[in-house]
Design a protein. Structure first.
Length: 158
């Protein structure tokens, strides 16, 4: 059986994981613009990486999220674009040794699971913020990036 082909885009991100700072690599690739699929919601909430504003670096995926949200909850699907500062201190969920310690401290044994309840999400967010981080990035494009304080980023028009 042949191994599946990896797109050049995916290969670039996988190689970025081997670099020192995945967030800065994603930031540079997207020129600081990240995307959120929306259908009229507020866009901030609990998730596996903590509580905050969730975005992705893949505009097509954000569009699919918006369409799904519209089908499930109504509203008009749209993709919001956010400009992130390059200097945000973002924790790498998979690659950072500090992330491993934080996950152990809050009782998350498997990095693929993350916070599964609002209580664990709140605890995770507070613990990460105490370490001076302003958000978390996952190497899973669907998990994307969470920024804990949405005021740190700016919604921009196309």
């Amino acid at each position: 059986m042949n191994a599946p082909k990896i797109s050049p885009e995916r290969k670039k991100y996988l190689l970025a994981l081997l670099k020192k700072n995945f967030y800065k690599t994603a930031w540079t690739h997207n020129k600081g613009i990240f995307f959120r699929g929306d259908a009229g919601g507020f866009g901030v909430g609990y998730g596996k990486l903590g509580k905050g504003l969730y975005v992705t670096w893949d505009e097509g995926l954000a569009k699919r999220f918006a369409e799904r949200a519209s089908e499930q909850h109504g509203g008009t699907p749209k993709v919001k674009r956010y400009k992130f500062p390059k200097n945000l201190k973002i924790l790498d969920w998979q690659a950072s040794p500090e992330a491993i310690k934080i996950r152990e401290k809050v009782g998350i044994s498997d990095f693929t699971l993350g916070a599964e309840t609002p209580e664990v999400s709140e605890n995770l967010t507070a613990t990460i913020k105490k370490k001076g981080y302003e958000g978390v990035i996952s190497d899973d494009v669907a998990d994307g990036i969470v920024v804990f304080d949405p005021a740190k980023v700016k919604e921009v028009k196309k």
